[in-house]
Design a protein around this ligand. Structure first.
Ligand code: GDP
Length: 383
């Protein structure tokens, strides 16, 4: 190779090296910017990724100036509770097979023994329970005989009336979420893990916010690692603060701190999520007893809400009974009624525990929790 050729080769290599170095620097700069800018993305933005081809706030695109991002947290506006049961009516699709089945049988020309037996089977299959089933069949037999039954309209009116009586419209279903003498109302939420306790606390916070109450949540289920985070997410969406303690810490101390905070800040309601470990009755009694005792050093508990999964049938009822023996349950939140063909459990649980169903869970959506109402529920069952 001549000296000239050597020179060209060296120049060529030098130019190539320069291109590689400059390109690499650009890449590094790009990466560095991405790392710095990433934390500016607000939670809402994570759910709604930016459109492609549009400049990010703060980014410089030739000829375009995009102002720096200002993160304004947008809070959910929860649905007001009054209309929820009506809106969620179709979610009782599984259960309203019961209503349709009963109406079909009662509208037959001949209400013979086989028909009454089929009616009884339907009611038992819907988890209404033996005693209430017998009572209802007895009432229907008498009324439809005396009142000359069974044109479709008559049968429907009688059935509606008797089902409403069975669900008991006279029970006081008001949630006691207000305290007295300047104290916050304190709602203690108990139940077996997996029943939907934490979800119900989150949904309940939304109902309270929709009613313009100030709310604090206590993540006193310190045994399930995800529970506090889960509650944090629920709280964030509606601007409600969650008081939490160290994982595995003392649930009573979290409950105490939260209620103390609630008293100091003068909030309307503190909702306390608890651990639902069914280790044994004594252990449960000690744990929940302590939580309630320490809360009441600050303010009285105004509502003890037992969360029960409607799909668990008799087994769920037995577990619920254990809880009701341990704490003085004042209301039931019946969850997952959307996934159950067994709406009759409303009747069974009220009979067994002597406590009204106050709330029903009808889905996993944030506003899928509704105040319970006997007539609206029966109307939904009858389709
Ligand atoms: P916890 O262990 O009792 O606190 O239970 P979670 O609140 O974590 O809920 C357990 C599961 O049940 C979650 O997947 C919830 O989304 C679901 N869940 C809760 N309530 C309802 C409801 O009313 N309907 C349906 N379909 N799912 C529900």
């Amino acid at each position: 190779m001549s000296a000239m050729e050597w020179l060209y080769l060296v120049i060529g290599i030098a130019v190539l090296a320069l291109v590689v170095v400059v390109g690499g620097l650009g890449l590094v700069r790009g990466r560095a910017r991405a790392t710095v800018e990433a934390p500016r993305v607000a939670p809402a933005d994570v759910l709604a990724p930016p459109e492609t081809g549009v400049a990010e706030p703060g980014e410089t695109v030739p000829g375009v100036e995009v102002p720096p991002a200002t993160v304004t947290p947008t809070l959910d506006r929860p649905e007001r509770p009054a209309s929820r049961l009506v809106r969620l009516r179709q979610r009782l699709a599984g259960s309203n097979a019961l209503g349709r089945g009963l109406l079909g049988l009662l509208s037959r020309d001949q209400l013979d023994e086989d028909t009454w037996e089929a009616i009884e089977d339907l009611l038992l299959g819907a988890d209404i329970g033996v005693q209430p089933t017998q009572e209802l069949v007895e009432r229907l037999r008498t009324r439809l005989r005396v009142e000359g039954g069974a044109s479709g309209a008559d049968a429907r009116a009688v059935l509606r009336e008797e089902l409403i009586n069975l669900v008991d419209p006279t029970m006081d279903r008001a949630l006691h979420v207000s305290g007295s003498d300047g104290d916050p109302g304190v709602v203690l939420v108990v139940g077996v893990n997996g029943t939907g306790k934490t979800t119900t606390v989150g949904k309940l916070a939304r109902i309270l916010v929709a009613e313009e109450r100030s709310v604090l949540l206590a993540a006193a289920d310190t045994f399930r690692a995800a529970a506090a985070d889960q509650l944090g997410t629920w709280g964030e969406r509606v601007g409600v603060e969650v008081i939490r303690g160290p994982e595995g810490g003392d649930p009573a101390s979290v409950a105490f701190d939260a209620v103390k905070e609630g008293v100091d800040r003068g909030v309307d309601t503190v909702v306390v999520d608890t651990a639902g470990r069914l280790q044994n009755k004594q252990g449960l009694m000690d744990e929940l007893g302590k939580v309630k005792r320490v809360i009441e050093k600050q303010a009285p508990v105004t509502e003890v809400l037992l969360v029960l999964d409607a799909t668990t049938g008799q087994n769920g009822l037995i577990q619920a009974k254990v809880f009701s023996e341990v704490v003085d349950v004042t209301g039931i939140a019946l969850t997952k009624l959307d996934g159950s063909a067994k709406g009759g459990i409303v009747v069974a649980v009220q009979r067994q525990l002597g406590v009204p169903v106050k709330l029903v869970g009808l889905g996993e959506g944030p506003d899928d929790l509704a105040p319970f109402d006997a007539a609206a529920f029966v109307d939904a069952l009858l389709g």
